[in-house]
Design a protein around this ligand. Sequence first.
Ligand code: NAD
Length: 472
Amino acid sequence: MIHYNQHLIDGEMRAATGAAITTVYDSTTEEPIATVAHGSTAEVDAAVKAARAAFARWSGTSVEERSKYLLTVADALEARSDRMAADVVAEVGMPLKLTRRIQVQMPIAAWRASAAQAAEALAEARIGHSLVTKEPVGVVAAITPWNYPLHQITAKLAAALVAGCCVVLKPSELAPGVVGALCAAALEAGLPRGVLNIVWGDRATGEALVAHPGVDMVSFTGSTAAGRHIAATAGGLLKRVALELGGKSASIALPDADQAAVVKHALSSCMLNSGQTCSAFTRLIVPEAHYAAYREELRAAMANLRVGDPRDADTRIGPLVSAEHRNRVNAYIERARQACHDDISHGAEPALPPRGYFVAPAIFGRVPIGSELAQEEVFGPVLAMQTYATEDEAVSLANGTPYGLAGAVWSASAEHAWRVARRLRAGQVDVNGAPFNARAPFGGFGASGIGREGGAFGIEEFVELRAIQLPQ
Ligand code: NAD
């Protein structure tokens, strides 16, 4: 049992003073594995004051100097890779092999990529007789979720720090392992005091941070409901916000698409991390004339979805993060059954282990666009299939939710798929299963958020522009 009971404030680990804690459970064994102390308003205040005090000096350092710190943090994190992977597997439930690559190696690479891209992202520009400079926005409150904890923390911290901002991070209380490693890495890297502060806690700690007058910008990743609340508070105080929120992303199979490839991708994307992925393609939109064929192939593919211990090499789907979340997802599945959608996976579900927060993957067909399953983010292993008669209808279905995080289009003609991709109101659209690009901007339209993370665009989120007019 590990007790995360010290906050990183002003360059040192300080014992938490409040009594409130969250207990973290292993999602496979259901055994308690850690406790996380909740930062009080006094601790939030001390962290923000430390960040403010550090800002003048840190924002005056060169991009090269800040980039070097990022590289040192990356090295210090890398030395803790195995431990971080084991913690994410235990807390979040993602299978180990994928965890190592997606939850650990990719974020470490992103610290290094931010260092490499900073000079380009922060370069000054001449516009006529004006010199446009990019100034750090100030003190940033970073608030992150549990599903890809190091990735989401990195997307904010590496970009904000290299832009010259000082940060107070309030990570999710449900996935503390990588944060423990980050505290150690920040101290080992010798980041100047106050530049990065980490206050553990829950929603109340996050709310205190958002409302603190010393915070200039809030960068939040999490649910759309919490994002709205945070944006309302930040709006009242005229703080900048960047919001990475939920999704209900759709994959469109055009009539000439490679059905086997579409089905493989639909399942691997939707079921990745047990469906606990904001940009998962949780809707598959196929031609009405091909519905029966897709239905059959999806049902047959269920046999490959082995649910089990995420530490086992042949497990495809691990448990969900918590008992509460498992119950929420199961309730969505039950309501979808009652709604009489075509219950494609019924009877073909894999067996579940006797313990752990497991959910049997579910696939529903003929899901009307107005239904709960088509409109709401389940955040579990649940795929909804919809059908169309015309291409316009396919696009309208894909765009038919308040969200707009991701989209996918499949066709034998990449040019045709590309034309349809341009019609999707989503922040990133993949053609024929093209992979994630960490250097491309990531973020959403509509209820999926405001702003972008990733690469040079992600660094630019953390700057104010200043135009200096020069005499002619
Ligand atoms: P959540 O909104 O419950 O919590 C996210 C973080 O915000 C946690 O640290 C939490 O303690 C804090 N928080 C919650 N309410 C708050 C409030 N009112 N004020 C300040 N802080 C608050 O989300 P979660 O359950 O941790 O994560 C799952 C959600 O995150 C899903 O909806 C998912 O789609 C979304 N998500 C989005 C992205 C993206 O990049 N678009 C990435 C990952 C997850």
